[in-house]
Design a protein. Structure first.
Length: 564
């Protein structure tokens, strides 16, 4: 998307505002915009404290957001980043301290005055917050229509133009539930900027996206920040994205900002917590020196073998003649972009979907030839670790782990206890056996979920995006856990992922799924030798070495229609 690609540069005859109106806020057009070249911060937090019950989230936090710049806020999971961003847009007020939004203390503003200031701020939420009952067009036009800023037809025409700039002209009448994660993210962005805000707050804008789409979102943020003289504040876990985008990076830890400086200053920080975040998010592990090599013969022992798999819903072809194999006793990563068909492939491996064409073999048996009782029996040999721990909050850790044995009638809770205790000890969880899931850390919850998957002694483990949404420290912990399971348990592992750096760190075999087709399959080292440009683009899209200037150059050259 080019620097002049946003639809607001179009002429009035095309339905867009005049050029001299492009920077007026459409919800509060009489308000003078905050100067981007002044010394007064556009947002400032001074000694902010915030608690929920006995849990203190922000503890004397101070931070200045400079107008016209991109500030990235990083921190571990549950460090208070989302609470911080809700203070910035006035959704939450501090218990003590000050939040100055456009120079005004949010605690001293009445409801009407605060609402007026909040209309100057756009927010892109992590979970999209789109209305499934509305079309894409209606979702984007909603802020203007709801606030009666312009007639419905004009608001929807403007929405169409912005969506076209973001490569979404083909889904204007679709409902959000039918879109991929990457598309939903772009729809949310369009809605956040349609009112011409002065500040845009992004809550984890690239979480759950593949490397190519991550870079595309980054370039969009650079583009609109510069074009509309915006101030952007980004909550992020991704150090590569932060280094590409940020004018400054603030690190949140213990309820305070412990470091705030340029990307280079943060990279060179000697603070332990800062270095943990940076090293945990290392995206530079992709090289011939670190990639595993070694190919597997066609007649090797494979726990999973997929041949010519086809799956479609109406005219929507999701998998098209896809071939995929997972050698027994190894870690195989199925990697692909948002909407590439990874989840559909996984459901075929579990026998939840049966092939319309082609074959799916698990443990040497064709799932298409099995009846439902046989499929259920086969699934008992497969363990699943989902993106989220999915534990029962009403059960102790030990009872959660025992649940598959008890629920299937394999043994009583009392008989299951020795097996559970032995497994918890092996996974270093004995100390939390009688704790409730809400009382343990995110990393421990993930490990408990793994224990529950392993208690039935599966032959195949499937990990569904296990590090999505995790901070770099926890993501590294989960990677170590997967490798540990491979070493200590007699299993074959299939990892569904969009993280290429992680893939190169742990995979024995990799398959890249692109628009329903496996475009490359083999050892990590072999992928580096591929002559397919799509493979190379996917491998290196999220490299931390691509700095802000390189991303900005790409933003000015790359057309918006490229990402599909």
């Amino acid at each position: 998307m080019g620097k002049a690609s946003m639809s607001e540069t179009k002429t009035e005859s095309q339905g867009a505002p005049k050029a001299d109106d492009t920077r007026k806020n459409r919800l509060v057009p009489d308000v003078e915009r905050w100067p981007v070249d002044g010394d007064t911060p556009i947002i400032e937090l001074v000694d902010v404290h915030k608690s929920f019950g006995k849990t203190q989230v922000l503890n004397g936090l101070s931070l200045k957001i400079k107008a016209g710049e991109i500030t990235v806020i990083m921190g571990a999971s549950a460090s208070g980043k989302s609470v911080l961003i809700k203070h910035m847009n006035g959704l939450i007020k501090p218990d003590s301290g000050k939040v100055l939004l456009f120079g005004q203390d949010t605690r001293e503003l009445g409801a009407v005055a605060l609402d007026r200031e909040r209309k100057r701020v756009g927010t892109l939420f992590q979970n999209y917050a789109l209305f499934d009952s509305m079309t894409v067009r209606e979702n984007v036009a909603f802020p203007l229509v709801e606030n009666q800023a312009m007639p419905v037809d004009r608001a929807e025409k403007l929405a169409d133009e912005i969506l076209a700039d973001l490569g979404l002209e083909h889904v204007l009448g679709a409902n959000p539930s039918s879109l991929s994660g990457g598309m939903k993210k772009r729809v949310s962005l369009a809605r956040a900027i349609i009112a011409n805000p002065e500040v845009v707050l992004y809550d984890e804008p690239t979480t759950g996206l593949d490397p190519i789409m991550m870079e595309f979102v980054d370039t969009m943020i650079l583009d609109i920040t510069e074009k509309f003289a915006l101030t952007s504040v980004i909550i992020s876990h991704d150090i590569a994205s932060a280094m590409r985008l940020a004018d400054s990076i603030a690190v949140l830890h213990g309820g305070k900002i412990i470091a705030h400086g340029t990307p280079e200053e943060i990279r060179n920080s000697e603070l332990e917590q800062v270095q943990k975040l940076i090293s945990g998010a290392n995206k530079n592990d992709i090289s011939a020196e670190t990639a595993r090599s070694g190919e597997f013969e066609e007649d090797a022992d494979y726990a999973v073998r997929v041949r010519g798999l086809y799956r479609a819903w109406g005219k929507n072809e999701v998998l098209k003649d896809a071939n995929f194999s997972a050698p027994t006793g190894k870690i195989t990563v199925l990697i692909g972009g948002s909407g590439s068909g990874k989840s559909v492939m996984m459901k075929h491996l579990l026998g939840l979907f049966l092939p319309q064409k082609g074959t799916v073999e698990v443990f040497g048996k064709s799932l298409g030839e099995m009846n439902e009782p046989a499929l259920r029996e086969m699934r008992t040999q497969i363990g699943m670790l989902f993106q989220h721990a999915a534990l029962f909050d009403s059960m102790t850790v030990a009872d959660n782990v025992a649940f598959p044995l008890v629920a299937r009638g394999l043994c009583s809770a009392a008989d299951a206890r020795p097996r559970v205790e032995a497994l918890l000890e092996k996974l270093r969880l004995s100390d939390v056996a009688d704790a409730m899931p809400t009382a343990i850390s995110n990393g421990e919850q993930k490990r408990v979920s793994l224990a529950r998957a392993l208690i039935t002694e599966p032959k195949l483990m499937i990990y569904d995006e296990p590090t999505t949404g995790q901070d770099p420290i926890l993501a590294a912990y989960v990677e170590e856990m997967i490798v540990e399971v491979q070493r200590d348990f007699d299993v074959t592992s299939v990892l569904i992922s969009h993280d290429m750096a992680q893939t190169f760190r742990i995979a024995d075999r990799v398959a890249i799924l692109h628009k329903g087709v496996i475009i490359a399959e083999g050892s990590p080292a072999s992928l580096l030798e591929s002559e397919d440009e799509r493979v190379h683009e996917f491998i290196f899209a999220a490299s931390v070495s691509r700095d802000k200037e390189a991303a900005a150059k790409q933003a000015s050259e790359k057309p918006a229609s490229e990402p599909g």
